[in-house]
Design a protein around this ligand. Structure first.
Ligand SMILES: Cc1ncc(COP(=O)(O)O)c(C=O)c1O
Length: 397
């Protein structure tokens, strides 16, 4: 009975909300918990350009033989180019990229590399951060710490405290940064803050580990990577976890990459061998389909332009929903400030809900949010915005 000593675990903080939502028979239930984009009909679409790329791929693909631990080489090159833009070519010799099992795989391979290379390293994550960051990185055996990030009063970034904290971190500390669309807070750094942060990171010899899971979901494909590019141009070493789940709508294809920019070409070549070995020992090779689709799309100017404009449509929908919801809140509670909703970027915002409010939302109003109080703006629609606003206002203190 080798498994008899295993107790049943509590549900995953985010996936558990989806399960509870599904089990609720109420016809009025609303899911603001799930971490996926939704259109006005509540669907999570595959962008038309991605479907076109997929069709074109099926016509020419003649084999499904193994791709190897580093995955799809064309994808690796194109996805790093998408993130780094004109910097990619100049950094190519110093960059080791492995195609991974989604952004989660990229984060995990990154953590494994850090631990193998420097067992005493501490990875500092924002307070708060995405609920899966600490489990993903921590289970690779790296030590974790938190840095101040969110100011609950202003619902913005506690930038002075963050900067001061970074200024005290020992040289070589790793700092995990959300490149854009901070999950769960929605509060992002502005251009001036990125620049001040880059200076401290460079001066203190910190190592940035950027998590780019939402390129194109904040403002646009270029603006969302401004901070990343600023850092990549400046610091000698950087890790970058990329995900194609949200912006390509490739969630279940598990498509991502880990790019590591090293101090020189020889180190980058060594890192690549460790990336391959890490993958081989954990899952051997990544699934190819999503990466092949993304590579095909990025290599075709017409498909790429069509995709960028679909993404722009999703962004303007999310921004319009933010305006709509903020207006509904303000109409109900003119004594309170809800302008943070329109300042936030991406799908998420922390709405200032404590555990009692979250419980009441679920039991009384059939509105589902995860334990950290994160709301997914894309779960709001013209049809449910009144109910969402009424329910949240009813549970606010
Ligand atoms: C901040 C952040 N990083 C990484 C990921 C990983 O994405 P995936 O593994 O689905 O590509 C997510 C997904 O929700 C995320 O929100």
């Amino acid at each position: 009975m080798i498994f008899a000593n295993l107790d049943k675990l509590p549900p995953d903080p985010i996936l558990g909300v989806t399960a509870a939502f599904r089990a609720d028979p109420s016809p009025d239930k609303i899911d603001l918990g799930v971490g996926v984009y939704r259109d006005d009909a509540g669907n999570t679409p595959v962008p038309a350009a991605v479907r076109d790329a997929e069709r074109a791929l099926l016509d020419v693909q003649t084999t499904k033989t193994y791709v190897g631990p580093m995955g799809n080489a064309e994808f690796n090159q194109r996805i790093v180019e998408l993130a780094l833009g004109p910097l990619a070519a100049g950094l190519e010799d110093r960059t080791a990229t492995i195609h991974t099992v989604g952004g989660c795989g990229a984060l995990r391979v990154g953590a494994e590399l850090i631990r193998a290379s420097w067992p005493d390293a501490i990875v500092n994550v924002s307070d708060p951060t995405w609920a899966n960051h600490e489990p993903l990185l921590g289970s690779a055996g790296v030590a974790l710490a938190r840095y101040p990030y969110y100011d609950a009063a202003s619902r913005g970034v506690a930038f002075e405290r963050m900067l001061e904290h970074f200024g005290r971190l020992p040289s070589g500390s790793i700092v995990l940064l959300h490149a854009c669309c901070h999950n769960p807070t929605g509060a992002d750094l502005d251009a001036g803050q990125w620049s001040a942060l880059a200076e401290v990171i460079e001066n203190r010899g910190l190592v940035p580990f950027l998590d780019l899971a939402y390129q194109g979901f904040g403002d646009d494909l270029e603006s969302d990577v401004l901070g990343l590019r600023l850092l990549a141009a400046r610091v000698p070493q950087l890790l970058l976890a990329l995900s194609c789940s949200k912006n390509f709508g490739l969630y279940r294809e598990r498509t991502g990459a880990l790019a590591v920019i090293a101090g020189n070409a020889a180190t980058a070549a060594a890192i690549a061998t460790h990336q391959a070995r890490t993958a081989r020992r954990m899952y051997s090779m990544p699934p190819d389909h999503g990466a092949a689709v993304a590579a095909r799309l990025l290599g075709d100017p017409a498909l790429r332009a069509a995709w960028a404009s679909e993404l722009a449509g999703m962004v303007s929908r999310m921004k319009a929903l933010r305006e709509l919801l903020a207006g509904h809140f303000a109409a109900r509670r003119p004594d309170r400030d809800f302008s943070w909703l329109t300042r936030h970027r991406g799908m998420f915002s922390l709405a200032g809900l404590d555990s009692t409010a979250i419980g009441e939302l679920r039991s009384t109003h059939h509105v589902y949010v995860p334990p950290d109080g994160r709301i997914n703006i894309a779960g709001v629609s013209e049809a449910n915005v009144d109910r969402v606003a009424d329910s949240i206002v009813a549970v606010l203190d």
